[in-house]
Write a protein that binds this ligand. Sequence first.
Ligand code: PHE
Length: 461
Amino acid sequence: MSQATPKAHQQAGNLWSSRMAFILAAVGSAVGLGNIWKFPYITGENGGGAFVLVYLACIAIVGIPVLIAEVMIGRRGGQSPVASMRELTETEGTRKGWRIIGWNGIIASFLVLSFYSVIGGWALAYVGKAASGMFTGADADAIGGAFGGMLASTGDLLLWHSVFMIIVVLIVGRGIRSGMEKAINMLMPLLFVLLFIMVGYATTTGKFGEAVNFMFSPDFSKLTTEGVLTALGHAAFTLSIGIGVMMAYGSYLPQNVNITRTAITIAFMDTGVALLAGLAIFPLVFANGLEPGAGPGLIFVTLPLAFGQMTGGVIFGTLFFALLLVAAITSAISMLEPVVEWLEEHKGINRAKSAFFGGFAIWLVGVGTVLSFNVWAEVHPLAFIPFFEGKTVFDLLDFLVSNLMMPLGGLAIALFAGWAMKRQGLDQELGLQGGLYRAFMFVLRYLTPAGIAVVFIYNLL
Ligand code: PHE
C-alpha cells in the first residue's frame, strides 16, 4: 500500500504519542555533535562572548522562524519531504519548482548522515578509550598521537562508522513509536543527567567564573565578519533545519499540538544544552591551562588531557564521551528518517527494509569520509576549482551540505511559507492571530531571508 496521501500518517494514526514525545525527538535531533563538539570549539576560536551573542541573535531571527515553518510544512503535507512538497505545491496552488525543497531534504540528509556517522564513530571509540584509563597521566603528545593514530587507521574508522550506523538503523527500522520514541525517551534523560554531572564537576575546578566570563561578557573587538557567518551557519546546523529532517518529524505531529510554542521550546532547549556544554568544557580547559581556541580537536585532544589529570578522570571522561555519543545517535536517527520515509512511500518497501537499504547506501558513501582521513587524505577531487583546492571528499561533503544545502534549504522554506502558501494553510497549522501573525510573517518574509542571504553570499565569496 502506498502511503502517499495527504496527512497519511495522521490517517493511519502513525504519530508521536504526545507533544512531549515530539519535543524530545526534535530536541534529540537538534542536540548533537553540533552542541557538544562544534559549539564550544567555534566559540573558543571566535573569542567567546560576542560570538555567543551573535549566535543567539541568529537563533532568534533565522533559526526559530525556519524551524516553525519547516515543522508546519511537514505536518500540513504529512508525508516524506518529497511527497509533502509535491502535495503542497498542488493544494496551495504554487509553482512546481518549490518541490526542490523536498529533494534537497532527502539528498542532504542522506549526505550529512554519511559523514556524521563517521564522527559519531569517533565518540563511540572515545567512550572505550576513556573507560580503559589510557588518558591517565598521558601527556599531550601521547593523547594527540592516539587521536592521529585513530584517524590514520582505515580499519578502526570503518569499524566505528559501521557500528554507529548499525545502531542507527536498528532504532529507525523499528518505527516512530516502538523504535525512535522508545530509544529517545531513554537517551534524552540520560543526556541531561550526564550533562548536569559534567557541569557540576566543572563548578569544582575553580575556573567556573572565568568560563562564565569568557562565554558571556562580549568583547566585540574579537568578533570577525567570518565569526558572524559561522554563527549564522551554526544556528541552522544546530537546529537541524533546512534539510527536511524537521519536516519529516513534523509529518508525525498530531494536529492538536501548537507548533509555534513547541518550536520555541525546542530552540530554547537546544540553546540551553549548547551553553551548558560550554560551561562543562571551558572550566576544564582553563583549569588545565589549555587553549580555548584549539579548534576541532578541542574535545578529542584537549579534554582527554584534562581527564588524564583530574581525580575521577576515568569516570568523568567516560561520562563525557557517552554524553557525546548519545547526542550523536539521537541526531543521526533524525537524519535517516526522511530517507526511510521516502523509501517506504515511493518504493513500497516496509520500514525495516527501508532502514536497512537506506542505511547501507549511506554507510557506503560514508566510506569516502573514512578514507578522507587516511588513504585519500591527499585526494582532492575538485582541486581544479581554485576554491576547492586542498579539500578532501569529507571537506567537500561537509561544505556542500552545511554551507550550501542547509542555508539554501532554509531560505527556500522561509520563502515558501512566507510568500507562496495561502493564509488558510498558515492559519490552520499555526493559528496565530492579529499582531502576532503579522509580526511572524514580517520576520519570515524579510528578516529571515535577508539574514540567510547575507551569510550565503559571504560564504561563497
Ligand atoms: N543538529 C544536529 C547537531 O547539532 C545536526 C543535524 C543537522 C541533525 C541536520 C539533523 C539534521 O549536531
